[in-house]
Design a protein. Structure first.
Length: 520
């Protein structure tokens, strides 16, 4: 019998091992060493990435935020009360992402993209990471295409362009959300997907917003991302990034998107809560040092992409709530410096009945006339200056009784311009109609109209032009500029209207005058 050689044994063993299959999968796991207030500290995840999704027991998810030498700090989503010390935590290897796609249009979702509207699951196989580097300079083009809000005061004096970031700022109850909702309603038929992100709002307030959008057929092109006041701080922190990620899907497929973050003051407060629980050191005014980066990396994602990238756009309207009109506080100054301008709403104006309550002096659009059609640029050129001078004169005139004729006429014009720019809520106006009414006011056609009659004057003028000069508004909308021909048509239409309107006003005033005489 031949002795068995060692190399034969090793060959047999090698053949056996080659055909041997194991069902073992290796995953990196850690252990919860501390948990509370929606925050978990985990030991043992050495290779975890910042922003990575972690799996906890009881279907709870976590987001890795603090990467320290001996532990990882994570915020928890879901029923985090069930997570206990000693629980096993698994890495997923995926950066936190949300479902995106056309399936989300018309839906109300939470910050994780899960439905809140009881209309069944959202079926999509496309996901976007919540954190993404903003497009670079080469991938962008200048903002030059208007995004009409339907509000005369904004479209004329602080215009917004597609791809811009325009801050809406003011005290509570000054109409900030109303401006944002009017802008959404005005996008009907304009091929813009609108994403409204509610951060820290009451659930009843968000329900009212959704109802308003449904009543005006605006949910057909809108998405609502809701992280209400009753949700954990982690969800409120995630919500605007989720909204931006959902919007980027449409932007990257060559479409136009409007995102509204309502509001970033509560977002900063939620981030502060998370940061202090994670033991991040607080700095100025007790906010973490990276609170500027918190909003800059979110708002920088708004852009108008180059033609090579599909020419899609993502426009952002962040909202900030001030305390007693103090725009020099920490968070307001942060966001003012990040954005391309601000619409400043003032409580005094709002209470005086000037709505939208836009303070012309403090409001600015750094894109300016580039985001206006030429027709609007030509009629609104002097509007801001006229209104600013009127405000100065009105303040001065309170103390003086004897005013010269020029000052009186300037005050009268300013009063009428202020009245013309007032607008009821949820009643956006098409840009060609805005051009018509502002042109009429700027060219003196309203100077002899009593201030309390101006609303009726505007309504009657629009009805008259639509019936008697139907081609005029169509020409302005189509040509987007005031040619000499259109100016002549405008003059003719307003002359005809003034004659007719003057007669009807006189007729309607006669019975009232007769009744007054009889009573006397």
């Amino acid at each position: 019998m031949e002795p068995i050689r060692a190399n034969e044994i090793s060959d047999i063993i090698r053949q056996q091992i080659e055909n041997f299959e194991t069902g073992i999968t290796v995953t990196e796991v850690g252990t919860v060493i501390k948990v509370g207030d929606g925050i978990a500290e985990v030991h043992g995840l050495e290779k975890v990435m910042a922003g990575e999704l972690l799996e906890f027991p009881h279907e709870v998810r976590g987001l890795a935020l603090n990467l320290e030498e001996d532990k990882v700090g994570a915020v928890l989503f879901g029923e985090f009360q069930k997570v206990m010390e000693g629980d096993v935590v698994r890495r997923t290897g995926r950066i936190m992402e949300v479902p995106v796609g056309d399936a989300l249009v018309g839906r109300v979702v939470n910050a994780l993209g899960q439905p809140l509207d009881e209309r069944g699951p959202i079926i999509t196989d496309t996901f976007n990471p919540i954190e993404r580097i903003a497009p670079g300079v080469v991938d962008r083009q200048p903002v030059k295409e208007p995004l009409q809000t339907g509000l005369k005061a904004i479209d004329a004096m602080v215009p917004i362009g597609r791809g811009q970031r325009e801050l809406i700022i003011g005290d509570r109850q000054t109409g900030k959300t109303a401006v944002a909702l009017d802008t959404i309603l005005n996008q009907k038929g304009k091929d813009v997907i609108c994403i409204y992100v509610a951060i820290g709002q009451k659930a009843s307030t968000v329900a009212q917003v959704v109802k308003t959008l449904q009543d005006n057929d605006a949910m057909n092109y809108s998405i609502v991302v809701n992280a209400s006041a009753s949700d954990p701080a982690a969800m409120q922190y995630l919500a605007p990034y989720a909204g931006a990620a959902i919007g980027e899907f449409f932007r990257d497929t060559g479409r136009h998107v409007l995102t509204i973050y309502d509001d970033l003051s509560k977002h900063a407060a939620a981030y502060r809560e998370i940061s202090l629980l994670l033991r991040r050191p607080p700095g100025r005014e007790a906010f973490p040092g990276d609170v500027f980066y918190l909003h800059s990396r979110l708002l920088e994602r708004a852009s108008k992409l180059s033609d090579a990238k599909g020419a899609g756009s993502l426009t952002s309207l962040p909202i900030i709530e001030t305390q007693a009109g103090d725009i020099s506080a920490y968070i307001p100054t942060n966001v003012i410096s990040i954005t391309d301008g601000q619409i400043f709403l003032e409580a005094d104006l709002f209470n005086a009945g000037v709505r939208p309550a836009i303070n012309v002096g403090n409001s600015v659009s750094r894109v300016g006339g580039s985001a206006q059609i030429k027709a609007m640029k030509s009629v609104a050129g002097t509007l801001r200056l006229d209104l600013a001078q009127y405000r100065e004169l009105a303040a001065f005139a309170q103390f003086g009784s004897d005013l010269d004729k020029a000052t009186q006429s300037q005050l009268a014009r300013g009063q009428r311009l202020t009245e013309i720019l007032k607008q009821p809520q949820y009643a956006p106006v098409d840009v060609e109609k805005q051009v018509l009414i502002i042109w009429a006011a700027s060219n003196g056609y309203t100077d002899d109209v009593p201030v309390d009659q101006l609303r009726r004057f505007e309504t009657d003028l629009l009805r008259f032009v639509e019936n008697s000069h139907p081609g005029l508004l169509h020409s302005i909308a189509e040509k987007k500029t005031l040619t000499d021909e259109i100016k002549n048509d405008l003059t003719q239409a307003l002359t005809d209207f003034k004659e007719q309107w003057g007669e009807t006003t006189a007729v309607s005033a006669r019975p009232a005058a007769a009744a007054t005489t009889a009573a006397a």
